[in-house]
Design a protein. Structure first.
Lengths: 276, 332
Protein backbone atom coordinates (compact mmCIF):
# COMPACT_ATOMS: atom_id res chain seq x y z
CA UNK A 1 0.00 0.00 0.00
CA UNK A 2 1.36 3.41 -0.99
CA UNK A 3 1.47 6.08 1.68
CA UNK A 4 -0.08 9.53 1.07
CA UNK A 5 3.42 10.90 0.80
CA UNK A 6 4.50 8.54 -1.97
CA UNK A 7 1.28 9.08 -3.82
CA UNK A 8 1.79 12.83 -3.75
CA UNK A 9 5.32 12.40 -5.03
CA UNK A 10 4.13 10.23 -7.90
CA UNK A 11 1.48 12.79 -8.79
CA UNK A 12 3.93 15.64 -9.08
CA UNK A 13 6.65 13.50 -10.65
CA UNK A 14 5.91 14.40 -14.30
CA UNK A 15 6.17 18.10 -13.57
CA UNK A 16 9.23 17.61 -11.43
CA UNK A 17 10.98 15.56 -14.11
CA UNK A 18 10.15 18.18 -16.72
CA UNK A 19 11.60 20.98 -14.58
CA UNK A 20 14.68 18.90 -13.78
CA UNK A 21 15.33 17.87 -17.36
CA UNK A 22 14.61 21.16 -19.07
CA UNK A 23 15.75 23.64 -16.44
CA UNK A 24 17.87 22.23 -13.61
CA UNK A 25 20.06 20.01 -15.79
CA UNK A 26 20.96 22.75 -18.33
CA UNK A 27 21.44 25.24 -15.50
CA UNK A 28 23.79 22.92 -13.66
CA UNK A 29 25.56 22.03 -16.87
CA UNK A 30 26.15 25.64 -17.84
CA UNK A 31 27.35 26.49 -14.32
CA UNK A 32 29.86 23.65 -14.43
CA UNK A 33 30.94 24.58 -17.92
CA UNK A 34 31.46 28.21 -16.87
CA UNK A 35 33.70 27.28 -13.96
CA UNK A 36 35.76 24.35 -15.34
CA UNK A 37 38.41 23.64 -17.91
CA UNK A 38 39.34 20.04 -18.67
CA UNK A 39 37.63 18.94 -15.51
CA UNK A 40 39.37 21.31 -13.09
CA UNK A 41 38.09 24.56 -11.53
CA UNK A 42 39.02 27.79 -13.31
CA UNK A 43 37.93 31.43 -13.57
CA UNK A 44 39.51 31.74 -17.01
CA UNK A 45 36.18 32.06 -18.80
CA UNK A 46 35.07 34.85 -16.51
CA UNK A 47 38.36 36.67 -17.02
CA UNK A 48 37.82 36.37 -20.75
CA UNK A 49 34.18 37.50 -20.51
CA UNK A 50 35.13 40.57 -18.49
CA UNK A 51 38.08 41.38 -20.73
CA UNK A 52 36.02 41.25 -23.92
CA UNK A 53 32.58 42.29 -22.74
CA UNK A 54 32.80 44.49 -19.64
CA UNK A 55 31.43 47.44 -21.66
CA UNK A 56 28.51 45.28 -22.76
CA UNK A 57 27.77 44.23 -19.18
CA UNK A 58 27.49 47.88 -18.13
CA UNK A 59 25.56 48.68 -21.33
CA UNK A 60 23.09 45.86 -20.61
CA UNK A 61 22.50 46.94 -17.02
CA UNK A 62 22.05 50.60 -18.01
CA UNK A 63 19.64 49.72 -20.84
CA UNK A 64 17.52 47.40 -18.70
CA UNK A 65 17.41 49.73 -15.68
CA UNK A 66 16.52 52.73 -17.86
CA UNK A 67 13.87 50.72 -19.68
CA UNK A 68 12.37 49.60 -16.37
CA UNK A 69 12.25 53.18 -15.09
CA UNK A 70 10.56 54.46 -18.26
CA UNK A 71 8.21 51.46 -18.33
CA UNK A 72 7.19 52.18 -14.74
CA UNK A 73 6.51 55.81 -15.59
CA UNK A 74 4.44 54.99 -18.68
CA UNK A 75 2.53 52.23 -16.87
CA UNK A 76 1.75 54.56 -13.95
CA UNK A 77 0.40 57.18 -16.35
CA UNK A 78 -1.76 54.61 -18.17
CA UNK A 79 -3.01 52.78 -15.08
CA UNK A 80 -3.57 56.08 -13.29
CA UNK A 81 -5.63 57.41 -16.17
CA UNK A 82 -7.64 54.19 -16.29
CA UNK A 83 -8.36 54.40 -12.55
CA UNK A 84 -8.82 58.12 -11.98
CA UNK A 85 -9.70 59.39 -15.46
CA UNK A 86 -13.04 61.12 -15.74
CA UNK A 87 -13.30 61.53 -19.49
CA UNK A 88 -15.16 58.41 -20.60
CA UNK A 89 -13.84 58.59 -24.18
CA UNK A 90 -10.18 58.87 -23.22
CA UNK A 91 -10.49 56.07 -20.66
CA UNK A 92 -12.43 53.87 -23.09
CA UNK A 93 -9.96 54.37 -25.94
CA UNK A 94 -6.97 53.79 -23.70
CA UNK A 95 -8.55 50.66 -22.24
CA UNK A 96 -9.15 49.25 -25.72
CA UNK A 97 -5.66 50.08 -27.02
CA UNK A 98 -3.12 49.70 -24.26
CA UNK A 99 -2.97 45.90 -24.12
CA UNK A 100 -2.19 45.36 -27.80
CA UNK A 101 1.62 45.24 -27.53
CA UNK A 102 1.23 42.28 -25.15
CA UNK A 103 0.18 40.13 -28.09
CA UNK A 104 3.01 41.16 -30.37
CA UNK A 105 6.21 39.09 -30.13
CA UNK A 106 9.50 40.84 -29.39
CA UNK A 107 10.83 39.99 -32.84
CA UNK A 108 7.86 41.63 -34.57
CA UNK A 109 8.10 44.63 -32.28
CA UNK A 110 11.80 44.93 -33.12
CA UNK A 111 11.05 44.78 -36.84
CA UNK A 112 8.37 47.48 -36.47
CA UNK A 113 10.85 49.66 -34.57
CA UNK A 114 13.40 49.23 -37.34
CA UNK A 115 11.05 50.71 -39.90
CA UNK A 116 9.78 53.34 -37.46
CA UNK A 117 13.05 54.64 -36.00
CA UNK A 118 15.43 54.32 -38.96
CA UNK A 119 17.07 57.35 -40.54
CA UNK A 120 14.48 57.31 -43.31
CA UNK A 121 11.92 55.63 -41.12
CA UNK A 122 8.30 56.49 -40.49
CA UNK A 123 8.99 58.76 -37.53
CA UNK A 124 11.59 60.96 -39.21
CA UNK A 125 9.57 61.07 -42.44
CA UNK A 126 6.50 62.17 -40.52
CA UNK A 127 8.48 64.93 -38.80
CA UNK A 128 9.92 66.07 -42.12
CA UNK A 129 6.55 66.13 -43.87
CA UNK A 130 5.02 67.98 -40.93
CA UNK A 131 7.74 70.56 -41.38
CA UNK A 132 9.12 69.97 -37.90
CA UNK A 133 12.55 68.88 -39.17
CA UNK A 134 14.84 69.29 -42.19
CA UNK A 135 15.57 66.02 -44.03
CA UNK A 136 19.31 66.59 -43.45
CA UNK A 137 18.83 66.67 -39.69
CA UNK A 138 17.35 63.18 -39.66
CA UNK A 139 19.37 60.72 -37.61
CA UNK A 140 18.86 57.05 -37.01
CA UNK A 141 17.63 56.01 -33.58
CA UNK A 142 18.63 52.41 -34.16
CA UNK A 143 21.08 52.18 -31.27
CA UNK A 144 20.59 52.07 -27.48
CA UNK A 145 17.66 54.45 -27.84
CA UNK A 146 15.92 52.04 -30.20
CA UNK A 147 16.40 49.13 -27.78
CA UNK A 148 14.97 51.15 -24.90
CA UNK A 149 12.04 52.32 -27.03
CA UNK A 150 11.22 48.74 -28.02
CA UNK A 151 11.50 47.39 -24.48
CA UNK A 152 9.35 50.15 -23.05
CA UNK A 153 6.76 49.78 -25.79
CA UNK A 154 6.60 46.03 -25.30
CA UNK A 155 6.69 45.87 -21.47
CA UNK A 156 4.49 48.86 -20.58
CA UNK A 157 1.19 47.04 -21.21
CA UNK A 158 2.25 44.16 -18.98
CA UNK A 159 3.16 46.42 -16.08
CA UNK A 160 0.11 48.64 -16.70
CA UNK A 161 -2.15 45.58 -16.73
CA UNK A 162 -0.97 44.38 -13.31
CA UNK A 163 -0.93 47.90 -11.93
CA UNK A 164 -4.42 48.78 -13.18
CA UNK A 165 -5.74 45.55 -11.67
CA UNK A 166 -4.17 46.37 -8.31
CA UNK A 167 -5.42 49.96 -8.43
CA UNK A 168 -8.93 48.78 -9.24
CA UNK A 169 -8.94 46.54 -6.17
CA UNK A 170 -8.00 49.17 -3.58
CA UNK A 171 -10.85 50.79 -1.64
CA UNK A 172 -12.02 53.65 -3.87
CA UNK A 173 -13.13 55.56 -0.81
CA UNK A 174 -9.45 56.01 0.13
CA UNK A 175 -8.98 57.91 -3.14
CA UNK A 176 -12.22 59.84 -2.75
CA UNK A 177 -11.18 60.82 0.79
CA UNK A 178 -8.06 62.41 -0.68
CA UNK A 179 -9.95 64.40 -3.28
CA UNK A 180 -12.54 65.35 -0.67
CA UNK A 181 -9.77 66.92 1.43
CA UNK A 182 -8.53 68.90 -1.56
CA UNK A 183 -5.95 66.72 -3.33
CA UNK A 184 -5.70 66.99 -7.10
CA UNK A 185 -5.88 63.78 -9.11
CA UNK A 186 -2.09 63.53 -9.72
CA UNK A 187 -1.50 63.93 -5.97
CA UNK A 188 -4.10 61.27 -5.23
CA UNK A 189 -2.33 58.94 -7.68
CA UNK A 190 1.20 59.47 -6.39
CA UNK A 191 0.60 60.01 -2.67
CA UNK A 192 -2.44 57.85 -1.94
CA UNK A 193 -2.97 55.22 -4.65
CA UNK A 194 0.54 54.17 -5.70
CA UNK A 195 1.91 53.56 -2.19
CA UNK A 196 -0.92 51.09 -1.68
CA UNK A 197 0.02 49.08 -4.81
CA UNK A 198 3.83 49.36 -4.57
CA UNK A 199 4.34 45.59 -4.09
CA UNK A 200 2.47 44.85 -7.34
CA UNK A 201 4.42 47.50 -9.24
CA UNK A 202 7.70 46.05 -7.98
CA UNK A 203 6.77 42.49 -8.93
CA UNK A 204 5.81 43.64 -12.41
CA UNK A 205 9.07 45.55 -12.77
CA UNK A 206 11.25 42.67 -11.53
CA UNK A 207 9.55 40.35 -14.02
CA UNK A 208 10.04 42.91 -16.79
CA UNK A 209 13.69 43.34 -15.78
CA UNK A 210 14.34 39.61 -16.12
CA UNK A 211 12.44 39.43 -19.42
CA UNK A 212 14.41 42.32 -20.92
CA UNK A 213 17.71 40.76 -19.82
CA UNK A 214 16.91 37.60 -21.74
CA UNK A 215 15.71 39.06 -25.04
CA UNK A 216 18.01 38.35 -27.97
CA UNK A 217 15.99 39.51 -30.97
CA UNK A 218 15.61 43.16 -30.03
CA UNK A 219 19.27 44.14 -29.54
CA UNK A 220 20.21 41.92 -32.48
CA UNK A 221 17.76 43.56 -34.88
CA UNK A 222 17.46 47.12 -33.62
CA UNK A 223 21.10 47.85 -32.92
CA UNK A 224 23.53 45.70 -34.83
CA UNK A 225 26.62 47.60 -33.76
CA UNK A 226 28.82 47.63 -30.63
CA UNK A 227 28.23 48.00 -27.76
CA UNK A 228 25.39 45.54 -27.49
CA UNK A 229 23.60 43.41 -24.93
CA UNK A 230 24.90 40.22 -23.32
CA UNK A 231 22.42 37.98 -25.12
CA UNK A 232 23.92 39.00 -28.46
CA UNK A 233 27.44 38.33 -27.15
CA UNK A 234 26.43 34.90 -25.94
CA UNK A 235 24.92 34.03 -29.31
CA UNK A 236 28.08 35.31 -31.01
CA UNK A 237 30.42 33.25 -28.81
CA UNK A 238 28.47 30.12 -29.61
CA UNK A 239 27.70 30.66 -33.28
CA UNK A 240 31.02 32.13 -34.38
CA UNK A 241 33.49 30.29 -32.13
CA UNK A 242 31.64 27.35 -30.61
CA UNK A 243 32.91 28.88 -27.32
CA UNK A 244 30.32 27.52 -24.90
CA UNK A 245 32.45 28.14 -21.83
CA UNK A 246 32.65 31.95 -22.25
CA UNK A 247 28.98 32.06 -23.29
CA UNK A 248 28.12 30.20 -20.09
CA UNK A 249 30.24 32.62 -18.06
CA UNK A 250 28.23 35.47 -19.59
CA UNK A 251 25.07 33.54 -18.73
CA UNK A 252 26.15 33.27 -15.09
CA UNK A 253 26.78 37.03 -15.05
CA UNK A 254 23.21 37.53 -16.33
CA UNK A 255 21.92 35.26 -13.57
CA UNK A 256 23.74 37.37 -11.01
CA UNK A 257 22.27 40.61 -12.40
CA UNK A 258 18.72 39.27 -12.34
CA UNK A 259 19.29 37.74 -8.90
CA UNK A 260 20.32 41.24 -7.79
CA UNK A 261 16.93 42.60 -8.91
CA UNK A 262 15.13 39.79 -7.12
CA UNK A 263 17.10 40.38 -3.90
CA UNK A 264 16.33 44.10 -3.98
CA UNK A 265 12.66 43.24 -4.29
CA UNK A 266 12.70 40.62 -1.53
CA UNK A 267 14.58 42.93 0.83
CA UNK A 268 11.98 45.65 0.39
CA UNK A 269 9.19 43.17 0.92
CA UNK A 270 10.79 41.94 4.16
CA UNK A 271 11.42 45.43 5.55
CA UNK A 272 7.76 46.24 4.86
CA UNK A 273 6.63 43.12 6.67
CA UNK A 274 8.84 44.05 9.60
CA UNK A 275 7.39 47.55 9.87
CA UNK A 276 3.82 46.28 9.97
CA UNK B 1 -4.25 75.55 -3.85
CA UNK B 2 -7.86 76.62 -3.44
CA UNK B 3 -7.80 79.61 -1.13
CA UNK B 4 -11.53 79.50 -0.45
CA UNK B 5 -10.93 76.44 1.72
CA UNK B 6 -8.49 78.27 3.98
CA UNK B 7 -10.87 81.13 4.57
CA UNK B 8 -13.77 78.82 5.40
CA UNK B 9 -15.30 80.23 8.58
CA UNK B 10 -15.27 78.26 11.79
CA UNK B 11 -18.86 77.15 12.20
CA UNK B 12 -21.29 75.79 9.70
CA UNK B 13 -22.04 76.84 6.16
CA UNK B 14 -25.47 76.76 4.58
CA UNK B 15 -26.33 74.53 1.64
CA UNK B 16 -29.23 75.14 -0.70
CA UNK B 17 -30.06 72.31 -3.09
CA UNK B 18 -32.37 73.31 -5.92
CA UNK B 19 -34.17 70.93 -8.29
CA UNK B 20 -31.32 68.42 -8.32
CA UNK B 21 -31.49 65.74 -11.00
CA UNK B 22 -28.90 62.94 -10.97
CA UNK B 23 -28.69 59.89 -13.20
CA UNK B 24 -26.32 56.93 -13.53
CA UNK B 25 -26.27 56.41 -17.28
CA UNK B 26 -29.89 56.15 -18.28
CA UNK B 27 -31.13 55.35 -14.77
CA UNK B 28 -32.51 58.45 -13.10
CA UNK B 29 -31.75 58.34 -9.37
CA UNK B 30 -32.76 61.79 -8.09
CA UNK B 31 -35.88 63.39 -9.53
CA UNK B 32 -35.65 67.07 -8.73
CA UNK B 33 -34.65 67.25 -5.07
CA UNK B 34 -34.82 70.66 -3.35
CA UNK B 35 -33.74 71.07 0.25
CA UNK B 36 -32.04 73.62 2.51
CA UNK B 37 -29.46 72.85 5.17
CA UNK B 38 -29.17 75.69 7.66
CA UNK B 39 -25.80 76.50 9.28
CA UNK B 40 -25.11 74.35 12.30
CA UNK B 41 -27.95 71.91 11.64
CA UNK B 42 -27.64 68.14 11.83
CA UNK B 43 -29.73 66.50 9.11
CA UNK B 44 -30.14 62.78 8.64
CA UNK B 45 -31.01 61.43 5.20
CA UNK B 46 -33.00 58.31 5.83
CA UNK B 47 -34.48 55.77 3.49
CA UNK B 48 -34.30 52.20 2.30
CA UNK B 49 -31.63 50.92 -0.11
CA UNK B 50 -31.72 52.58 -3.51
CA UNK B 51 -33.83 55.54 -2.40
CA UNK B 52 -31.12 58.02 -3.47
CA UNK B 53 -29.90 59.15 -0.06
CA UNK B 54 -26.29 58.17 -0.71
CA UNK B 55 -26.49 59.62 -4.22
CA UNK B 56 -27.67 62.94 -2.76
CA UNK B 57 -24.72 62.97 -0.35
CA UNK B 58 -22.25 62.01 -3.07
CA UNK B 59 -23.56 64.72 -5.37
CA UNK B 60 -23.08 67.22 -2.54
CA UNK B 61 -19.48 66.06 -2.19
CA UNK B 62 -18.93 66.05 -5.95
CA UNK B 63 -18.36 62.35 -6.59
CA UNK B 64 -21.52 62.00 -8.64
CA UNK B 65 -21.97 64.37 -11.58
CA UNK B 66 -25.12 66.45 -11.44
CA UNK B 67 -27.40 66.34 -14.47
CA UNK B 68 -29.25 69.55 -13.69
CA UNK B 69 -30.02 71.71 -10.71
CA UNK B 70 -27.78 73.61 -8.35
CA UNK B 71 -26.00 73.17 -5.01
CA UNK B 72 -25.41 76.60 -3.49
CA UNK B 73 -22.88 76.83 -0.67
CA UNK B 74 -22.24 80.31 0.73
CA UNK B 75 -23.77 82.01 -2.32
CA UNK B 76 -21.75 79.97 -4.83
CA UNK B 77 -23.07 77.15 -7.00
CA UNK B 78 -20.62 74.29 -6.41
CA UNK B 79 -22.38 71.78 -8.67
CA UNK B 80 -19.87 72.19 -11.55
CA UNK B 81 -16.82 72.09 -9.23
CA UNK B 82 -14.66 68.96 -8.75
CA UNK B 83 -14.68 67.35 -5.27
CA UNK B 84 -11.36 68.90 -4.22
CA UNK B 85 -12.69 72.45 -4.67
CA UNK B 86 -15.80 72.11 -2.53
CA UNK B 87 -14.41 72.33 0.99
CA UNK B 88 -16.78 69.76 2.44
CA UNK B 89 -15.25 67.04 4.59
CA UNK B 90 -16.58 63.53 4.35
CA UNK B 91 -16.45 60.52 6.64
CA UNK B 92 -16.81 57.20 4.84
CA UNK B 93 -18.45 53.95 5.84
CA UNK B 94 -15.24 52.00 5.20
CA UNK B 95 -13.19 54.60 7.17
CA UNK B 96 -11.08 55.04 3.99
CA UNK B 97 -7.90 55.63 5.95
CA UNK B 98 -4.62 55.37 4.08
CA UNK B 99 -2.94 52.18 5.26
CA UNK B 100 0.57 53.35 4.32
CA UNK B 101 0.38 56.37 6.63
CA UNK B 102 0.47 56.81 10.39
CA UNK B 103 -2.38 58.36 12.37
CA UNK B 104 -0.55 61.70 12.30
CA UNK B 105 -0.08 61.57 8.53
CA UNK B 106 -3.70 60.56 7.94
CA UNK B 107 -5.18 63.36 10.01
CA UNK B 108 -2.60 65.89 8.86
CA UNK B 109 -2.92 65.17 5.14
CA UNK B 110 -5.56 67.82 4.47
CA UNK B 111 -3.39 70.39 6.24
CA UNK B 112 -0.29 69.27 4.34
CA UNK B 113 -2.23 69.87 1.11
CA UNK B 114 -2.91 73.41 2.32
CA UNK B 115 0.78 74.04 2.90
CA UNK B 116 0.57 74.21 6.69
CA UNK B 117 4.02 73.88 8.35
CA UNK B 118 4.79 70.53 10.01
CA UNK B 119 4.94 71.94 13.53
CA UNK B 120 1.48 73.43 13.22
CA UNK B 121 0.12 70.19 11.74
CA UNK B 122 1.49 68.21 14.68
CA UNK B 123 -0.04 70.69 17.15
CA UNK B 124 -3.44 70.61 15.47
CA UNK B 125 -3.43 66.81 15.23
CA UNK B 126 -2.59 66.57 18.95
CA UNK B 127 -5.59 68.79 19.77
CA UNK B 128 -7.89 66.69 17.57
CA UNK B 129 -6.60 63.42 19.02
CA UNK B 130 -7.23 64.57 22.55
CA UNK B 131 -10.75 65.65 21.56
CA UNK B 132 -11.30 62.18 20.07
CA UNK B 133 -9.84 60.38 23.07
CA UNK B 134 -6.81 59.11 21.14
CA UNK B 135 -4.02 61.19 22.68
CA UNK B 136 -0.56 59.86 21.95
CA UNK B 137 -1.65 57.74 18.98
CA UNK B 138 0.21 59.92 16.43
CA UNK B 139 2.78 57.36 15.34
CA UNK B 140 0.46 54.33 15.34
CA UNK B 141 -0.17 52.56 12.07
CA UNK B 142 -3.85 52.89 11.21
CA UNK B 143 -3.89 49.16 10.39
CA UNK B 144 -3.17 48.51 14.08
CA UNK B 145 -6.32 50.31 15.28
CA UNK B 146 -9.75 48.89 16.13
CA UNK B 147 -12.83 49.80 14.07
CA UNK B 148 -14.00 52.46 16.51
CA UNK B 149 -10.53 54.00 16.71
CA UNK B 150 -10.25 54.01 12.93
CA UNK B 151 -13.53 55.82 12.53
CA UNK B 152 -12.39 58.37 15.12
CA UNK B 153 -9.22 58.96 13.12
CA UNK B 154 -11.35 59.34 9.99
CA UNK B 155 -13.50 61.89 11.81
CA UNK B 156 -10.36 63.72 12.95
CA UNK B 157 -9.05 63.76 9.40
CA UNK B 158 -12.29 65.36 8.22
CA UNK B 159 -12.33 67.90 11.05
CA UNK B 160 -8.66 68.85 10.64
CA UNK B 161 -9.35 71.13 7.68
CA UNK B 162 -11.97 73.12 9.63
CA UNK B 163 -14.74 72.32 7.20
CA UNK B 164 -17.98 74.25 7.30
CA UNK B 165 -19.83 71.15 6.21
CA UNK B 166 -19.41 67.59 7.45
CA UNK B 167 -20.78 64.78 5.29
CA UNK B 168 -21.27 61.43 7.02
CA UNK B 169 -21.79 58.43 4.73
CA UNK B 170 -23.08 55.69 7.04
CA UNK B 171 -20.02 56.17 9.26
CA UNK B 172 -21.25 53.85 12.00
CA UNK B 173 -22.48 50.88 9.95
CA UNK B 174 -19.24 48.92 10.24
CA UNK B 175 -18.99 49.30 14.01
CA UNK B 176 -20.38 46.92 16.61
CA UNK B 177 -23.54 47.92 18.50
CA UNK B 178 -21.91 49.22 21.66
CA UNK B 179 -19.25 51.36 19.96
CA UNK B 180 -21.95 52.64 17.63
CA UNK B 181 -23.95 54.02 20.57
CA UNK B 182 -20.88 55.80 21.97
CA UNK B 183 -19.89 57.21 18.57
CA UNK B 184 -23.40 58.55 17.94
CA UNK B 185 -23.10 60.79 20.95
CA UNK B 186 -19.49 61.73 20.24
CA UNK B 187 -20.20 62.79 16.68
CA UNK B 188 -23.27 64.73 17.77
CA UNK B 189 -21.36 66.46 20.59
CA UNK B 190 -18.47 67.45 18.33
CA UNK B 191 -20.86 68.74 15.66
CA UNK B 192 -22.65 70.87 18.27
CA UNK B 193 -19.41 72.14 19.75
CA UNK B 194 -17.95 73.21 16.42
CA UNK B 195 -21.30 74.36 15.03
CA UNK B 196 -20.84 72.36 11.83
CA UNK B 197 -23.52 71.78 9.26
CA UNK B 198 -23.76 68.00 9.19
CA UNK B 199 -25.48 65.76 6.65
CA UNK B 200 -25.69 62.17 7.77
CA UNK B 201 -26.78 59.27 5.56
CA UNK B 202 -28.10 56.18 7.29
CA UNK B 203 -30.62 53.41 6.94
CA UNK B 204 -30.83 53.03 10.72
CA UNK B 205 -33.93 54.83 11.95
CA UNK B 206 -32.92 54.89 15.58
CA UNK B 207 -29.49 56.28 14.71
CA UNK B 208 -31.07 59.04 12.62
CA UNK B 209 -33.56 59.95 15.33
CA UNK B 210 -31.03 60.08 18.16
CA UNK B 211 -28.40 62.07 16.26
CA UNK B 212 -30.22 64.50 14.00
CA UNK B 213 -32.34 67.56 14.66
CA UNK B 214 -34.03 67.05 11.33
CA UNK B 215 -34.94 63.94 9.35
CA UNK B 216 -35.28 63.78 5.59
CA UNK B 217 -37.10 60.63 4.54
CA UNK B 218 -36.37 59.72 0.94
CA UNK B 219 -38.33 57.43 -1.31
CA UNK B 220 -37.43 56.49 -4.90
CA UNK B 221 -35.34 59.59 -5.60
CA UNK B 222 -37.75 62.07 -4.04
CA UNK B 223 -38.16 63.58 -0.60
CA UNK B 224 -41.10 61.96 1.17
CA UNK B 225 -41.02 64.07 4.33
CA UNK B 226 -38.85 66.59 6.14
CA UNK B 227 -39.25 67.32 9.82
CA UNK B 228 -37.95 66.93 13.34
CA UNK B 229 -37.78 63.34 14.61
CA UNK B 230 -40.98 63.94 16.64
CA UNK B 231 -42.87 65.34 13.67
CA UNK B 232 -41.89 62.52 11.36
CA UNK B 233 -42.50 59.81 13.95
CA UNK B 234 -45.79 61.12 15.34
CA UNK B 235 -47.27 62.54 12.15
CA UNK B 236 -45.94 60.68 9.14
CA UNK B 237 -46.98 62.39 5.92
CA UNK B 238 -47.51 59.25 3.89
CA UNK B 239 -48.10 55.57 4.42
CA UNK B 240 -44.55 54.95 3.21
CA UNK B 241 -43.07 57.19 5.90
CA UNK B 242 -45.29 55.63 8.57
CA UNK B 243 -44.16 52.18 7.49
CA UNK B 244 -40.51 53.24 7.40
CA UNK B 245 -40.75 54.78 10.87
CA UNK B 246 -41.85 51.45 12.25
CA UNK B 247 -45.62 51.30 11.81
CA UNK B 248 -45.65 47.74 10.58
CA UNK B 249 -49.28 46.70 10.98
CA UNK B 250 -51.72 47.58 8.23
CA UNK B 251 -55.45 47.26 8.94
CA UNK B 252 -58.34 48.11 6.63
CA UNK B 253 -60.74 50.57 8.28
CA UNK B 254 -63.94 52.27 7.29
CA UNK B 255 -64.08 55.98 8.07
CA UNK B 256 -67.50 57.59 8.43
CA UNK B 257 -67.49 61.37 8.70
CA UNK B 258 -70.19 63.12 10.66
CA UNK B 259 -70.68 66.61 12.08
CA UNK B 260 -69.44 65.54 15.47
CA UNK B 261 -66.24 64.11 14.00
CA UNK B 262 -65.44 60.82 12.40
CA UNK B 263 -65.96 57.27 13.46
CA UNK B 264 -63.81 54.34 12.54
CA UNK B 265 -64.98 50.83 12.22
CA UNK B 266 -63.47 47.57 11.24
CA UNK B 267 -65.16 44.26 10.69
CA UNK B 268 -65.62 41.70 13.44
CA UNK B 269 -62.73 39.38 13.82
CA UNK B 270 -61.23 37.02 16.32
CA UNK B 271 -57.67 37.72 17.28
CA UNK B 272 -55.54 34.69 18.03
CA UNK B 273 -51.91 34.43 18.94
CA UNK B 274 -50.67 32.44 15.99
CA UNK B 275 -49.19 29.00 16.30
CA UNK B 276 -45.43 29.02 16.40
CA UNK B 277 -43.11 30.61 15.66
CA UNK B 278 -45.23 33.51 16.80
CA UNK B 279 -43.46 34.65 19.93
CA UNK B 280 -40.18 36.40 20.49
CA UNK B 281 -38.56 38.27 23.33
CA UNK B 282 -36.59 41.25 21.94
CA UNK B 283 -36.22 42.64 25.47
CA UNK B 284 -38.63 44.47 27.79
CA UNK B 285 -41.76 43.19 26.10
CA UNK B 286 -42.85 40.04 24.33
CA UNK B 287 -43.49 40.34 20.62
CA UNK B 288 -46.34 38.28 19.19
CA UNK B 289 -47.63 37.50 15.76
CA UNK B 290 -51.40 37.72 16.03
CA UNK B 291 -53.83 36.50 13.41
CA UNK B 292 -57.06 38.41 12.93
CA UNK B 293 -59.39 38.51 9.93
CA UNK B 294 -56.82 36.66 7.86
CA UNK B 295 -54.14 39.27 8.60
CA UNK B 296 -50.91 38.99 10.48
CA UNK B 297 -50.43 41.69 13.10
CA UNK B 298 -47.29 42.25 15.13
CA UNK B 299 -48.11 43.10 18.74
CA UNK B 300 -45.85 43.95 21.68
CA UNK B 301 -47.15 43.12 25.15
CA UNK B 302 -45.60 43.00 28.59
CA UNK B 303 -47.50 39.82 29.53
CA UNK B 304 -46.70 36.33 28.46
CA UNK B 305 -49.49 34.59 26.51
CA UNK B 306 -49.76 30.98 25.47
CA UNK B 307 -49.63 30.30 21.74
CA UNK B 308 -52.99 29.72 20.11
CA UNK B 309 -55.08 31.61 22.70
CA UNK B 310 -57.73 34.14 21.79
CA UNK B 311 -56.92 37.66 22.94
CA UNK B 312 -58.28 41.21 22.76
CA UNK B 313 -56.46 43.96 20.79
CA UNK B 314 -56.49 47.71 21.39
CA UNK B 315 -54.76 50.34 19.25
CA UNK B 316 -53.53 53.42 21.20
CA UNK B 317 -54.89 56.47 19.39
CA UNK B 318 -51.53 58.28 19.21
CA UNK B 319 -50.04 55.24 17.47
CA UNK B 320 -52.75 55.17 14.81
CA UNK B 321 -52.03 56.79 11.44
CA UNK B 322 -54.78 56.89 8.85
CA UNK B 323 -54.09 56.93 5.11
CA UNK B 324 -56.22 56.36 2.01
CA UNK B 325 -56.43 52.67 1.17
CA UNK B 326 -54.89 53.19 -2.27
CA UNK B 327 -51.76 54.66 -0.68
CA UNK B 328 -51.32 51.96 1.90
CA UNK B 329 -51.60 49.28 -0.72
CA UNK B 330 -54.73 47.66 0.67
CA UNK B 331 -57.65 46.38 -1.33
CA UNK B 332 -60.27 47.68 1.10
Amino acid sequence: MLSQRHLALILIAPGLILVAALFLYPLGFSLISAFTKDGSFTLEWFAKAFELYSTDIVFTVVIVVTSCALTALAAIVIAGTLTLGENRYIVGTLKALYRWPLFIPFIVAAQCMRTFLAKNGLMNNSFVSLGLMEPLQAVSYLDWRGIIATFVWKQTPFVALLLAGALASIDRATLEAGRNLGASRPRVLFELALPQVMPTLLVALVLSFVTMLSVLSVPMMVSGSQPTMLTVDMAFRINAYGDYATANALGVITYVISAGAAILYLKRGMSQEASR
Amino acid sequence: MPTDLNSAPRGGASIAVRDLHVAYGSTRVLHGVSIDFTPGSFTALLGSSGCGKTTLLRSLSGFVPVESGSIIVGGQDVAPLPPEKRGMAMVFQSYALWPHMSVLQNIGYGLKLRGVPKVQIAAKVAVLLSMLGLSGYEERKVTALSGGQRQRVALGRALAIDPGILLLDEPLSNLDAKIRMVMRHEIRAIQQRLGLTAVHVTHDREEAMTMADRLVIMQAGRIAQIGTPEQVYDRPATAFVANFMGAENILPLRVARSEAGASLSTGDATATVAAEPAQAYPGGVYRYRVEAAGRQITVDDADRHELGTTIGLRIPLQRLHIFPASEAGIAA
